[in-house]
Design a protein around this ligand. Structure first.
Ligand SMILES: Nc1ncnc2c1ncn2[C@@H]1O[C@H](COP(=O)(O)OP(=O)(O)OP(=O)(O)O)[C@@H](O)[C@H]1O
Length: 586
């Protein structure tokens, strides 16, 4: 928990220190009140007291109360400020950290858990800072100070207060044993609920189409029920706890007056007044002692959740990304757009089996290399090693003669134009999506955007949109078709003007004609740029300079379409399943 506070800035520590001063002032003023009360009681009971003296003490009491309120407002103001700026910083830090994560870390935490950590967990910390700053400091000062004030003012009353404090301690222990574990569980259950909600929302169309609402609702209800049950348990615990605390507080006041009544009755006439005055003061201080314990209980409610949240936030912030940037910004002199795999093997983190085994090939500048193979043969995995979404477990992946691990990641990404299997569009316009990101060169002009869209065969549909290149694209690109999305994603890669294109099955949503026209435009307009293409269709890749055939993670063929037809059985089978006799021969 304390570890998270190392992210507080000096300015916030200063504000906390100022708050501390005001908290001490507030406690001092609160504890001063009973003194004046005692004076007033004494004055009222003393024959011949002047009314003006009583008014004077009353005026001091009023001043104390006012000062206490002003101090409380100042403390509240600072606490809110510190909490708000601290949580803003934590949110930014989490965002930047997650941005630096590779797929391995994202998968390890899960997307929904990362979202809960950046929102709900930070709110818990914010709440703790806002309320805790006042209580953590105030409760111990108040209790110790109030106890010193009542010390020696009456054995019997001290005993009564001791019993009340003991009962309070038993209650706090009860909270710690039974309620704390439930608070800890609450964050994980919130994660779980978010996960189910997210899955349902992203897959809503499938849920509808398969009449799976009942199934999804059941999943949701289970997660919801679990969270509700835990919340109810803790709330019930607290619902019982708070009135019990108030009861103890009132009970103690009653006990003090009751004991006081006996003491006054048994006392000599001249001792009656001091005992009465002591009793009034004692009960006021005893209430403060109980109040401080009540604050502690409140802290015990806030602390466990915030502690769990702090741990979860720290887990993310302390995670070292497995993909660490190198330092080189350029490849070997004279080499541009060259890719080489040297005996590359790969297995996913925590997986037992290798997904790729001993893959070796090299690609020269301007060449097109295609990867084909059955589903799950490792094609996407293979090309994901080039932009370092994962690092090779064994062997080396080289770009321009340099291991990808040695490149500064920004310089590495500047060399690559990557189009994923599932096109991703961001909220904005057509233009902002195509000119997306930076490539270390000058900013992209409107002309370049138009040209990229034209190469990606998107001009017709973009110009038919309401505002053309400035037409709105909604989050995830839900207002364009799958093929249009893919064309915009391809245009984005073209606009980047990279050394190497990576197309991960990026032509699959295009019709055959668009696929052919797009590839020939790419070849013509972007000659000299190396292309790595994963494809399922033989038609898409038969013109490639080199085709690599994968089967269960192993390279079982390498060559041109013609060579492979003659030498590679796996390729021949794929080709025969897709092409007619004439196409095979031609
Ligand atoms: N993140 C991951 N964690 C663990 N295993 C994975 C992960 N992604 C893929 N795999 C496994 O790696 C193997 C290769 O997957 P990959 O996506 O590379 O195949 P592919 O040839 O591209 O398939 P497709 O043509 O269906 O896209 C599969 O067996 C898959 O289950």
């Amino acid at each position: 928990m304390l570890k998270i506070f190392k992210y507080l800035k000096f300015k916030e520590w200063v504000q906390a220190a100022i708050s501390l001063v005001f908290i001490v002032i507030q406690v001092w003023l609160d504890l001063k009140l009973p003194d004046y009360m005692s004076d007033i009681t004494r004055l009222v009971q003393t024959p011949g007291s002047a009314m003006s003296d009583i008014w004077e003490q009353g005026f001091y009491m009023l001043l104390c109360a006012l000062g206490s309120v002003i101090s409380a407002v100042i403390v509240g103001f600072f606490a809110a400020r510190i909490a708000a700026s601290f949580s803003q910083r934590l949110r930014s830090m989490l965002f930047y950290k997650v941005d630096s994560f590779s797929m391995e870390e994202i998968n390890r935490f899960s997307t929904s858990s990362l979202i809960t950590r950046s929102t709900n967990d930070i709110t818990q910390i914010q709440m703790l800072v806002t309320m805790g700053l006042q209580m953590i400091v105030k409760a111990p000062i108040l209790s110790v100070w109030a106890l010193t004030k009542i010390a020696g003012k009456g054995m019997e009353w001290s005993l009564a207060t001791g019993v009340a404090v003991l009962i309070m301690i038993v209650i706090i222990a009860f909270i710690m044993i039974f309620v704390l574990p439930k608070f800890r569980k609450m964050q994980t259950l919130t994660d779980n609920l978010n996960q189910v909600t997210r899955e349902n929302l992203t897959g809503l169309r499938v849920v509808r189409a398969y009449n799976a609402e009942a199934y999804q609702e059941e999943k949701f209800e289970k997660a919801n029920e679990e969270l509700t049950k835990t919340q109810l348990f803790t709330s019930r615990g607290m619902a019982v706890m708070m009135p019990m605390m108030s009861m103890i507080m009132s009970g103690l006041s009653l006990a003090i007056y009751w004991i006081g009544a006996y003491l006054i009755q048994d006392a000599q006439a001249m001792d009656k007044l001091p005992i009465f005055s002591n009793m009034v003061v004692f009960s006021a201080y005893a209430v403060q002692v109980i109040m401080s314990f009540m604050m502690l209980v409140m802290l015990f409610i806030l602390m466990p959740r915030a502690t769990v949240s702090a741990k979860r936030i720290n887990e993310v912030l302390d995670t070292k990304p497995t993909i660490i940037s190198g330092t080189l910004t350029e490849g070997k002199t004279g080499l541009v757009g060259e890719v080489e795999f040297k005996n590359v093997s790969f297995k996913y983190p925590d997986a037992a089996e290798y997904v790729l085994q001993d893959v070796s090939f090299s690609v020269k500048k301007g060449e097109t290399v295609a990867f084909i193979g059955s589903t799950g043969s490792g094609k996407s995995t293979l090309i994901n090693l080039v932009p370092r979404f994962f690092d090779a477990t064994e062997g080396q992946v080289l770009i321009d003669g340099v291991n990808v691990k040695d490149y500064d990641t920004e310089a590495l990404y500047n060399k690559i134009g990557y189009v994923p299997q599932k096109a991703v569009l961001f909220r904005g316009s057509v233009s902002s999506n195509v000119a997306y990101g930076e490539n270390g060169k000058e900013t992209v002009s409107e002309e370049q955007v138009r040209k990229a869209v034209a190469i990606a065969q998107g001009t017709d549909f973009v110009e038919a949109m309401d505002s053309g290149y400035y037409a709105d694209i909604s989050q995830g690109g839900t207002n364009v078709s799958g093929g249009q999305k893919q064309r915009l994603a391809i245009a984005r890669a073209v606009c980047r003007d990279p050394e190497i294109y990576i197309f991960d099955d990026s032509f699959s949503a295009l019709d055959y004609k668009t696929d052919r026209v797009l590839r020939s435009a790419l070849k013509k307009e972007t000659a000299g740029i190396t292309s790595l293409i994963v494809a399922q269709r033989i038609g898409t890749i038969m013109d490639a300079d080199q085709i690599i055939v994968l089967d269960e993670g192993r390279m079982v063929g390498k060559g041109t379409h013609k060579e492979l037809l003659a030498t590679c059985q796996v390729y021949k089978e794929i080709a025969m399943s897709q092409l007619s006799e004439e196409e095979l021969v031609s």
